[in-house]
Design a protein around this ligand. Structure first.
Ligand code: SF4
Length: 222
């Protein structure tokens, strides 16, 4: 099991999602951390034993700009090691001894509503909705699926169409975890070719941390 500790960078947001405490109409104190405050928070989490930090922020082009996010990530991971500290014996030991169970992983990936973002992307790309609206419609569809106790991919199209009549039969193809994983082909995405490339890179890197006698050629599983 891997625990991610959220590190809240900013609660500034231009959006007004009804369920969210960061919504712009909420009369709350707005704070955006300075980069040195972000580092101090991360160091505190690291001292508590957290090795994975999830950076969280609202959507605000002024306060949470791409440059600000890049600066935070650079400050936290100057050598690009954002998630895995290759010198950490506990992590390397876990990675070495881990035996992935493909069937269980597949089942877990399909549980919950992990492909809800694919549905929102579909509404944006195929129907041309603004993301804010797509997000809202997706939330309503997920709520129905949850109430009926079924996975998103098993919710009848007729039920989904009661919420958004413009949905087509092709929406089914975006709701499977396999398709979702394959579709993320941009940098850092989950497409198999990306994952293999990253695995090769990290295996090589981990290999360099071993004493010379223990090294074997780094190889990613097919
Ligand atoms: S965009 Fe995100 S942070 Fe902003 S109000 Fe909506 S859910 Fe909250």
């Amino acid at each position: 099991m891997r625990l991610f500790a959220p590190l809240y960078l900013s609660n500034e947001c231009i959006n007004n999602c009804r369920y969210c405490g960061f919504s712009r109409d909420n009369p709350i104190l707005r704070v955006t951390l300075e980069v040195d405050e972000v580092v101090a928070e991360a160091q505190h989490l690291a001292r508590q034993g957290f090795r994975q930090i999830l950076l969280v922020a609202g959507e605000h082009p002024k306060f949470v700009s791409r440059d600000y996010l890049a600066e935070c990530v650079r400050a936290l991971a100057p050598d690009g090691v954002a998630v895995l500290n290759a010198d950490d014996a506990r992590v390397t030991g876990m990675a070495r001894d881990m035996e992935p169970d493909a069937a269980r992983m597949k089942k877990a990936a399909g549980a919950g509503y992990a492909t809800a973002t694919d549905l929102a992307d579909y509404l944006v790309q195929k129907i041309g909705l603004p993301f804010r609206e797509a997000h809202h419609i997706t939330g309503r569809i997920v709520a129905v699926a949850e109430k009926e106790g079924v996975a998103l991919s098993r919710l009848p199209l007729t039920t989904m169409k009661e919420i958004e009549p413009r949905l087509g039969e092709d929406v089914r193809s975006v709701l499977s975890p396999e398709r979702s994983v394959k579709s993320r082909t941009s940098f850092g995405g989950t497409a198999p070719a990306n994952v293999r490339r990253e695995a090769r890179k990290w295996l090589k890197r981990l290999e360099k941390t071993k004493p010379p006698g223990d090294r074997v050629a780094a190889r990613a599983r097919p």
